[in-house]
Write a protein that binds this ligand. Sequence first.
Ligand code: ADP
Ligand code: MG
Length: 217
Amino acid sequence: MGGIHLALHVTARFITLEGGEGVGKSTQLRLLAELLEERGIACVATREPGGSPGAELVRQVLLGGDVDRWSAGPEALLFAAARGDHVEKTIRPAIERGAWVICDRFVDSSRAYQGIAGQLGDDAIMAMHAIGSGGLLPDRTIVLSLSADEARQRARARDADGGDRFEQKDHAYHKAVVDAFESIAAGESNRVRLVDATGDVAKVHRRIVAELADLLP
Ligand SMILES: Nc1ncnc2c1ncn2[C@@H]1O[C@H](COP(=O)(O)OP(=O)(O)O)[C@@H](O)[C@H]1O
Ligand SMILES: [Mg+2]
């Protein structure tokens, strides 16, 4: 029995990685994609905002420009629109053909940034998500947990240009985002798992794999 044959029996899963800028999401997404590939699991690695041609256009208007270009409401609507296109064009088709989808940020980022830190409220974000994306939720969400200070240090070391529009926001906003992700994880502990993002990359990867163990073949 070859790997391809085995892969046919694997249930497609939708996994998201969440947390503030600099916590290690993109790094860990790559390692997770490698692990799935080694196990012969077809996988689509994608990210938000973006992940489809239309959503990538919206990404440019969301992440570029002045720090105050958008207030929380219009910003949340743009994220919901981009996400809807991403779900329709990339995520659902992949799941329907049996591939795993691993995504760097998804609706929990909107809940944390615009819903909680931006004070729009969770009901508003979930209403937009229902319209835009049919309310699609991941099978498992990993929230990488790191202090706002340590995450900022990692992001600053990475971005010589000072980073995107969200990275320009003040410390209080980023602290609110960290707390928001923790409260989302606490409220939905079955789907959303808080993972310690301190320590080296390999250690964090092992912690993530442990939180996905029941889903992995
Ligand atoms: N566990 C880690 N320890 C130290 N540095 C890390 C770790 N994980 C990622 N980094 C580095 O920190 C920076 C931010 O990581 P990245 O994966 O880009 O975070 P995110 O996608 O969450 O913004 C990158 O330069 C990355 O190489
Ligand atoms: Mg990233």
